[in-house]
Write a protein that binds this ligand. Structure first.
Ligand SMILES: Cc1ncc(COP(=O)(O)O)c(C=O)c1O
Length: 389
């Protein structure tokens, strides 16, 4: 079977993990800070905080954005549920703006329309499939209403904006959150990271990751409790806010560091594969790829075909079965978040999100990952031509 996405692990990765397993620290050793430093350096942000998942990172970003009851997050319906849930974890609300049909990212025109009718406190642009949103334009809109921006870059580690800055540099946002789940650009098993250029945000994220505990003496609120007769109390720490255990392990960070060394070749190969698909599918009657000719800035996390099922004369279910019989796994990214029963209590009207539903009805992701061989890709291309045409 050829999966739609997959990790790539080499001997160097395995050795790095074994080294930690044989050491004194499985968690909270030195590698967490080293991984954070390397991530910051790679994306060009001042700070990064690594955590157990992107979902944990989005939750923390939402707390930093002061999302609570009465506050509203705006995001895209075409995302994984975790983006929309981030503000719900904090008791706030999430509302949605339609996507742009060519990028599948949140549309800035829709954002403007939603903002006219609703007070928005935070915006979470999702770099769908690894293609960066126009965060510069989103920031111009957000600044007018004082909204915080946290980018959901789960798909976009290794992607760049057209001005050359990397996704994660937070040039136009307050925070960026990445996922290191196995199908993503690099993996730590489960894992994620938040980047920021703001020291106060960084310090709060460090506390939130670890039960809300502050260990830096300079930041103690009850300074007199931290020493006796000029001697510091070495055990002393303060819980200053409600935090979580979102700590990632040294084992995972060893894997992440080893994976990070390969990021350039990972991204290069994904781009190569996406462009080869684009070329092969240029003149098909019943389908066309999304984000075509937008491969150079993207991390190319997904390769999605928009299929005219009516013209094709078969359903998505039938087509997925046919691919499966040909040993190819396809997937749908994503069911619009507002279609889930949990969100339907809000009575969202599908007709308010025409681009999202047009996209969803036609979308099918085919295999794209670093380790996909030329031979496998040629086989997938042949099967797409045969089954969709
Ligand atoms: C757009 C998006 N946001 C958030 C997440 C959550 O990431 P994680 O699994 O690391 O929590 C995912 C996971 O696939 C995702 O695709």
């Amino acid at each position: 079977m050829i999966p739609y996405g997959k990790h790539y692990i080499d001997q160097e990765d395995i050795n790095a993990v074994i080294k930690v397993l044989k050491s004194d620290n499985l968690t909270q050793g030195t590698l967490i800070a080293v991984f954070e430093k390397e991530i910051s350096k790679y994306v060009g942000a001042k700070y990064s905080v690594v955590v157990t998942s992107c979902t944990a990172g989005l939750h923390m970003a939402s707390i930093v954005a002061k999302m609570h009851k009465g506050k509203v997050l705006l995001t895209s319906p075409i995302t994984f549920v975790a983006t929309a849930n981030s503000s719900l974890f904090c008791g706030a609300e999430t509302i949605f703006a339609d996507i742009d049909s060519s990028t599948i990212n949140i549309s800035t025109d829709s954002i403007k329309k939603v903002i006219l009718k609703n007070k928005i406190h935070a915006i979470a642009p999702v770099h769908f499939g690894g293609l960066p949103c126009d965060v510069k334009k989103i920031k111009e809109i957000a600044d007018k209403v004082g909204a915080i921006i946290y980018e959901d870059a789960a798909h976009a580690f290794g992607a760049s904006f057209p001005d050359g800055s990397k996704v994660g540099s937070c040039k136009y946002s307050d925070m960026t959150v990445f996922s290191f789940h196995p199908v993503k650009s690099i993996t730590t098993g489960e894992g994620g990271a938040i980047t920021t250029n703001d020291k106060k945000i960084y310090e709060q994220l460090m506390r939130l990751r670890n039960h809300g505990l502050e260990k830096n003496q300079e930041n103690f609120q009850l300074k007199n409790n931290s020493f006796t007769n000029d001697l510091n109390s070495p055990w002393y720490y303060e819980m200053q806010e409600l935090g979580y255990n979102y700590r990632i392990t040294d084992i995972q960070c060893a894997l992440g560091l080893s994976q990070l060394k390969k990021i350039d070749k990972f991204i290069k190969r994904r781009r190569e594969l996406a462009k080869k698909y684009d070329l092969a599918f240029e003149n098909l009657k019943n389908c066309e790829p999304i984000q075509k000719n937008m491969r150079n800035f993207s991390s190319n996390h997904l390769y999605v075909l928009k299929i005219n099922f009516k013209k094709l004369g078969k359903t998505k279910e039938r087509l997925m079965e046919e691919f499966k019989s040909a040993e190819i796994i396809t997937q749908v990214h994503y069911i619009p978040v507002i279609s889930h029963p949990y969100f339907q209590i809000k009575n969202y009207k599908n007709s308010n999100f025409p681009n999202s539903y047009n996209y969803y009805n036609s979308a099918l992701s085919i295999p794209l990952f670093y380790a996909l061989t030329d031979k496998q890709q040629s086989y997938v291309i042949d099967q797409v031509k045969k089954l969709i045409g």
